[in-house]
Design a protein around this ligand. Structure first.
Ligand SMILES: [Ca+2]
Length: 329
């Protein structure tokens, strides 16, 4: 029995200063001797095995714990580093986001700038076109200006020519006027010559016809009317002188008459009768209205005082008078 007790291993040992006991301190309760030798051996082997396993486990723990702890610490450190990197990555991402926003904004600005540049380019092209047009116009104006300058240089010469032409024109007008006057005078002379050729005398704007036959005063007036004239009136001393000189002492009817014995003397061609002036043309003592029947006047003498009143029924030579009216050219 004692040999068996000494073969029982000590179930008490120390790990990490802790007392480890596989069973209580007290020695196992003494049981009765093994019921069988085989069965007792099996129990002991199991105990040993368990003990070995336990020891191995403790040893493993003792060896592996620090390693695990180190590994965990490394892992923690690595995790912290990773966390730091992750943080850095998110910071970078947010920065990238921010930057990408900026880049987008910059892209928009670049597009705007490009659009502005396009606009500026189109304006520059337009300006270039305008400048070309202006240049062309300027060239045209310059050429025209040169033409104007040439014409301007010719102006004094043209002015002199114009003055000459003007003077010539005035002379031509003068000559034309002279020619017109000459033409008129020729026409007048022609008219006068024609009348003279028909037996009329011309004196100061009037034609006078001295008849060759005798008629009563009324018939003589009718004759004169048929020749666009009247028996003559006497309106001035010079006319009176012309007439009495032309009569040559013969008696001629003149156009002086009165309406009845009480009537006033009047000229048959409607010339106003100047009673005062006419006083000098009567033969002294005339008009005497002999027998109250002398209502027509004649030129009886070749002198200024030549008029006499006689009966209108007498047959006498007569003088027609017709004012000269220039015929239209
Ligand atoms: Ca008389």
């Amino acid at each position: 029995m004692k040999a068996l007790e000494s073969e029982v291993p000590d179930a008490h040992f120390t790990v990490d200063k802790q007392n480890v006991s596989l069973w209580p301190q007290e020695p196992p309760r003494k049981t009765g001797p093994c019921l069988g030798l085989g069965r007792c051996l099996t129990v002991r082997a199991a105990v040993v095995l368990l003990t070995l396993l336990l020891v191995a486990s403790v040893l493993l723990q003792a060896i592996l714990y620090p390693w695990f702890m180190g590994t965990i610490s490394d892992i923690k450190t690595s995790a912290q580093l990773l966390q730091g990197r992750v943080d850095n990555v998110s910071t970078l991402r947010s920065e990238i986001k921010r930057n990408s926003g900026g880049v987008e904004a910059a892209g928009v600005q670049v597009q705007m700038v490009n659009a502005s540049l396009d606009h500026v380019h189109s304006q520059i092209r337009r300006l270039e076109t305008s400048v070309k047009e202006a240049d062309a116009r300027l060239q045209m104006l310059t050429s025209r200006w040169e033409e104007v300058a040439k014409l301007n240089a010719q102006i004094p010469e043209l002015k002199r020519d114009l003055d000459k032409a003007s003077a010539l024109n005035a002379k031509v007008r003068e000559l034309q006027s002279g020619l017109g006057n000459i033409s008129k005078m020729l026409k007048q002379q022609n008219d006068i010559l024609q009348m003279i050729s028909r037996g009329w005398k011309y004196f100061r704007g009037n034609f006078y016809y001295f008849s060759l036959i005798k008629k009563t005063w009324y018939s003589a007036q009718q004759f004169c009317l048929s020749r666009d004239s009247h028996l003559t009136s006497v309106t001035s001393e010079s006319e009176q002188e012309f007439l009495y000189k032309m009569t040559g002492g013969l008696t001629y009817w003149i156009g002086l008459t009165k309406a009845g014995s009480e009537g006033e003397w009047y000229w048959v061609d409607d010339t106003p009768f100047d009673k005062v002036q006419s006083t000098r043309f009567w033969i002294p003592g005339e008009p005497n209205n002999a027998e109250n029947n002398e209502h027509c006047a004649n030129i009886k003498k070749s002198s200024l005082q030549s008029w006499n009143d006689v009966s209108c029924d007498n047959a006498l030579l007569f003088i027609c008078k017709r004012p000269y009216v220039p015929s239209e050219p």
